[in-house]
Design a protein around this ligand. Structure first.
Ligand code: PMP
Length: 352
């Protein structure tokens, strides 16, 4: 017997992820940062704990001010929420519905599908080209929301600001939603376009470059009008929004941003080395701009994933048909990647 409403019958059964708290495990499957938050974050969270009897600021004024200051926009261009997943869900709730479909790549962040299933929004899947690049023409259809991460996940490939501008301009009456979860690892942001594209909405997260995945903190960027509309939907569904602790953590992280900036550059360097090393081992690796690489091993990908898991090294294999023969591997520290590459080298020799 099912109690689910018929509109939710398309929801796929919940599959537990490979989240592990195992001692010594190498978690290269969730695109987390290998670097801890900066010292000011722990201090701010500890200092804020004494005020937990009081409600938090639902409008996140200090946090939005800190984000706006770093990015050179106004607080009215920023809305904060519990992870960019919540921002994405709110944006899809606000700007699409059963009669207002969403165009998205056939290979992309799979959680969009769950949001669309919950909200009853039809999805128009646009196949990426053979080389996994995105064709901007597919997203210019009037009356259809455009949605894609930039850089895309799991491919790590980027869409140019010129293409994003053209997509947004193709129909200014509908929203162009660009998920910049991984933008800080070397990709050009669409942020300068919000001044000329009132329908452009960007989502960002503190979970990757900001080393705060466990705090659940994300934000939207856009023109004042679209942010105000999105904020109305947020406060109607989640009155207080971002917790006091997460706001404190985010404000401190913004103040200490040079630390995170330096970590991003280290991750880019490690990504370069890892890409070269994997290629030398016979992998096909896309040139990623994220904190992960999407790589096709010279052996069965599922077997390699299992063999690595047996050594407590966790990498991700996605279920989309075009992703089955590949692994998405998060970039950790240099030492993390050395451990991975040593294990892969040995497994490839044993499986030869
Ligand atoms: N967008 C993309 C493309 C992602 O990979 C992720 C992380 N899984 C998110 C958004 C959501 O991140 P968070 O909710 O932690 O901000």
């Amino acid at each position: 017997m099912s109690f689910l409403m018929p509109r939710l019958s398309g929801l796929s059964p919940y599959v537990p992820g490979t989240h592990t708290e195992e001692e010594g495990a190498l978690r290269l499957n969730s695109n987390e940062s290998p670097y801890p938050p900066s010292p000011g974050v722990s201090e701010a969270v500890a200092a804020g704990a004494g005020d937990l009897n009081l409600y938090n600021d639902p409008d996140c004024m200090l946090l939005r001010g800190a984000i706006a200051e770093r990015l050179g926009v106004k607080p009215q261009n920023v809305m904060a929420a519990n992870g960019s997943d919540q921002v994405l869900l709110l944006a899809m709730t606000a700007f699409a519905d059963a009669g207002y479909p969403i165009a998205l790549p056939d290979l992309t962040y799979s959680y969009y599908d769950d949001f669309a299933a919950v909200l009853g929004i039809p999805l128009l899947r646009k196949p990426l080209r053979e080389d996994f690049t995105l064709d901007a023409e597919d997203y210019k259809q009037p009356g259809v929301m455009a949605l894609f991460p930039n850089p895309n996940a799991p491919t790590g490939l980027a869409v140019s600001p010129g293409d994003i501008r053209a997509i947004a301009k193709a129909d200014e009456g509908r929203v162009c939603l660009v998920d910049e979860a991984y933008v800080d690892f070397g990709c050009a942001s669409a942020l300068p376009l919000i001044a000329e594209c009132p329908n452009l909405l960007i989502t960002r997260t503190f979970s990757k470059s900001g080393s705060l995945a466990g705090a659940r903190l994300g934000y939207a960027l856009g023109a004042e009008g679209i942010i105000e509309e999105l904020s109305r939907v947020r406060s109607a569904t989640d009155l207080y929004g971002v917790s006091r602790m997460a706001q404190a953590a985010g404000i401190a992280a913004m103040r200490e941003w040079p630390y995170y900036e330096a970590n991003c550059r280290r991750i880019e360097e490690t990504r370069g080395r890892t890409t070269e090393h994997l290629r030398a081992l016979g992998f096909e690796v896309l040139p990623s701009l994220g904190n992960f690489v999407f790589a096709k091993p010279p052996m069965d990908a599922a077997l390699l994933q299992r063999r690595l898991a047996a050594e407590s090294i966790y990498v991700r294999r996605l279920s989309a048909p075009r992703a089955l023969g590949r692994l998405r591997i998060t970039i950790g520290t240099d030492a993390d990647m050395d451990r991975l590459l040593r294990a892969i080298t040995r497994i490839l020799e044993e499986e030869r």
